[in-house]
Design a protein around this ligand. Structure first.
Ligand code: ZN
Length: 172
């Protein structure tokens, strides 16, 4: 994974980008959805191996999971804006796997599970893989990860958010 900060920021940005007047609820769900797929690290505790379809970066990082999760949340919370909720949350959830597929370590992402169990990386793999444990995160590794994410995730998201901010202002 990238860190929860990297994933969360991308969820937030995706939400703002697609729906400039995103409610607090939608922003919250988008950030949560962008982080959620890494709950699968619990699989290690149950002895499920990394490369298993339900292992880390497996089903919860797949396209099908993003579809199911976003449809579920949009029905639960979307009220009269179900389509917008579904689109924002689908992209937020999927953004997680997309970021992971650009990281420098671990196994690839099982985008097509359960149809096909291969793991994928993108050709660009400049994002440093983030430590899974909390203690490891407060280490030189953790600092390096945050600096690296600032460059590849933080600055691009910030530029998008700033541009949106002024684009919306100029429309008012
Ligand atoms: Zn992940």
């Amino acid at each position: 994974m990238a860190s929860i900060f990297g994933h969360g920021l991308v969820g937030y940005t995706a939400s703002k980008l697609i729906d400039s007047k995103s409610s607090k609820l939608l922003l919250f769900l988008a950030i949560g959805s962008a982080i959620l797929p890494d709950l699968d690290v619990l699989a290690f505790k149950f002895g499920i191996s990394y490369s298993h379809p339900f292992g880390h970066r497996g089903f919860t990082h797949s396209i099908l999971f993003a579809v199911c999760w976003s449809v579920l949340l949009s029905f639960l919370f979307g009220k009269n804006r179900k389509l917008i909720f579904a689109i924002v949350l689908f992209l937020s959830t999927l953004s997680h796997g997309i970021l992971d597929a650009m990281t420098s370590g671990g196994k690839g992402v099982g985008f097509f599970i359960p149809f096909e169990n291969s793991r994928y990386f993108f050709p660009f793999r400049g994002i440093k893989v983030s430590p899974l444990g909390i203690e490891q995160f407060f280490s030189e590794w953790g600092v390096n990860v945050l600096l690296n994410e600032l460059k590849y995730i933080g600055i691009p998201c910030f530029l998008i958010l700033i541009t949106l901010h002024f684009a919306i202002k100029s429309k008012l």
